[in-house]
Design a binder for this molecule. Structure first.
Ligand SMILES: [Cu+2]
Length: 100
């Protein structure tokens, strides 16, 4: 296979990976993703707490890629539109915890 053909194949594979890569799809379709929504959650003591918060926050419409750190309480996520602190506060309270 000539080198240029391999490169084309590589480009195609990379493109596919990008297109079907979850968050990347969102970025491409909507183009206005809000990154770095950042909060601190208090009261979490174990992995179940983290899972609960992750689930509740992930149910807020437009929110995706939720990450919660147990040790620091750091909660971060991306969203398709600005998400109010109230919405995050409600979700975190539903999980049984509070925002700092
Ligand atoms: Cu827990």
């Amino acid at each position: 296979m000539p080198a240029y053909a391999r490169e084309n194949q590589l480009t195609l594979d990379t493109h596919r990976g990008y297109l079907y890569g979850g968050i990347s799809v969102h970025r491409q379709e909507h183009g206005a993703v809000v990154n770095d929504n950042t909060y601190t959650v208090t009261g979490m003591t174990c992995g179940h707490c983290v899972a609960s918060v992750t689930e509740e926050v992930g149910e807020i419409p437009g929110v995706h890629d939720v990450k919660v750190e147990l040790d620091s309480g750091a909660l971060t996520f991306d969203s398709d539109q600005p998400i109010s602190r109230d919405a995050v506060d409600t979700a975190v309270r539903e999980a049984g915890y509070q925002l700092a």
